[in-house]
Design a protein around this ligand. Structure first.
Ligand code: NAD
Length: 437
């Protein structure tokens, strides 16, 4: 059992390692993704997940010893982790390799068979995944079904033992509705508007550098990208000047010529983004070139919640900036919105940090950085409320794709007669004492 799972993980390891150049090339063809971004956020994240699973699988698989309450003695209690069976993993286009493979690591580690459905919007990566999976796995173990809405709808009509979906919140609802027909459990890794707060006590140079990197990584098409920025009024000017300087330092005076900036996935998404850039609010950037699927790293200033850019998840290289005076006020605004997938704070004050952590709910996040929590297999990753349900990465992936079967082993001695009918006042009194009620 362990051997089969280790062998499957090793196949995925070889698939990823041996084809990393082809993977990067496909991602470049689909999204003009810079190699460094592909290697780090698609290849390395997958390899790290595999390494952690291989290292820990034997331990994870061991039946877990649990305590037994005194009234149930003598007994021993165990949890056994068993495979769910056949799982469906549906992926999005923004990290089209990693967001299928990282869940697949969990599915294989837990002993399942899997069907993968890559996004049709990144056809080069989808085709490559289909070819590689067919080469490294038998079709009974893992198979790929390519296609768009009709193919996914057909899959959703079939019976699976678990559906792991990564994508938008509206499609997440469709998936959950379909899954309910077969009572199939779902993990939904969705999106939303993830806030970023910069407090006046933050290191502004560091904040600007990391914000520019994280917001414009993969041209802003990252589920955990900071969606909008709330900066404390007193440091707005100072931060925005730094953000402008950093954008130039990282992407040059003409970012369209930069090799470090990905492109928008297609014309429809580009037009959606173009509508979010009002000319009178551009602080820097703002250029759109449809022929090159290019949207410049853009910062919008003086934004309010009535602006189009604040009505939906941006999913592009546009950073709207709002200001605040009092942290409580911002935390209140965030609490009044759907719970986000991520949230970020730049502050050197322990008091501000604790307020942020304790007073708002979000899937996961960072203090004094952005995105990087996603890279740790020790931190379960997932949303809350409208940003999703369930979690994965590291041990959490193994648990998501396993059924935890509880078994109590009982012994025949000390078989108290008071347990059995006919009940009496005496047996009732005994039970009351035993259960302390
Ligand atoms: P999407 O929901 O449009 O598509 C995701 C998958 O669902 C694709 O494979 C697609 O073919 C399929 N699909 C689309 N419409 C469908 C329908 N009507 N019926 C059945 N299947 C359908 O998402 P996307 O545009 O590919 O990805 C962007 C979204 O995903 C963003 O909201 C982003 O925040 C989110 N996302 C979340 C995470 C996360 O880990 N939580 C990661 C990446 C992206």
């Amino acid at each position: 059992m362990l051997q089969n799972r280790m062998r499957a993980l090793e196949s995925l390891n070889r698939l990823t390692r041996e084809n990393q150049n082809e993977i990067c090339a496909a991602l470049h063809a689909d999204l003009r993704k810079p190699s460094q971004e592909s290697l780090l956020s698609e290849v390395a994240v997958t390899l790290e997940e595999i390494a952690v699973a291989k290292k820990n699988l034997q331990r994870w698989l061991k039946p877990k010893r649990m305590g037994t309450p005194l009234p149930l003695w003598p007994a021993k209690s165990r949890i056994y982790y068993e495979p769910l069976g056949l799982v469906l993993i549906i992926g999005p286009w923004n990290y089209p390799f990693q967001l299928l493979m990282a869940p697949l690591v969990g599915a294989l580690a837990a002993g399942n068979r899997a069907v993968l459905k890559p996004s049709e919007l990144t056809p080069n990566t989808s085709g490559l995944i289909a070819r590689l999976i067919a080469k490294y796995f038998s079709p009974d173990e893992v198979r790929v079904v390519e296609g768009g809405i009709p193919e996914t709808a057909e899959l959703l009509n079939s019976k699976f033992d678990h559906i792991f979906f990564t994508g938008s919140t509206p499609v997440g609802r469709i998936v959950m509705r379909a899954a309910s027909q077969n009572l199939t459990p779902v993990t939904l890794e969705l999106g939303g508007k993830s806030p970023l707060i910069v407090s006046e006590d933050a290191d502004l140079d560091l904040a600007a550098r990391r914000i520019v990197w994280g917001k414009f990584y993969n041209a802003g098409q990252t589920c955990v990208a900071p969606d909008y920025l709330y900066v404390q009024e007193s440091v707005e000017e100072a931060l925005l000047e730094r953000v402008k300087r950093e954008t130039e330092a990282q992407f040059g005076v003409d970012p369209q010529r930069s090799l470090s900036l990905a492109r928008i996935v297609n014309e429809r998404h580009l037009q959606r983004l173009a509508k979010m850039i009002p000319a009178d609010k551009i602080f820097c950037g703002g250029r759109v070139d449809a022929s090159d699927l290019y949207v410049a790293p853009t910062v919008l200033r003086g934004v309010s919640w009535d602006d189009p850019v604040m009505q939906e998840e941006i999913f592009g290289p546009i950073l709207p900036v709002l200001t605040y005076r009092d942290l409580d006020e911002v935390l209140g605004v965030i609490r009044s919105k759907p719970k986000p997938l991520a949230a970020y704070l730049f502050s050197n004050s322990k008091r501000v940090q604790q307020k942020f952590v304790n007073q708002i709910s979000f899937g996961g996040g960072c203090i004094n950085d952005v995105l990087v929590h996603l890279g740790s297999p020790h931190l379960p990753f997932g949303g809350v409320g409208e940003s999703g349900m369930g979690r994965y990465h590291g041990r959490a992936s193994f648990e998501t794709f396993s059924h935890a079967k509880s078994v109590m082993y009982r012994y025949g001695f000390l078989d108290l007669a008071v347990r059995y009918a006919p009940y009496s006042d005496k047996s009732l009194q005994f039970m009351k004492r035993l259960f302390r009620i």
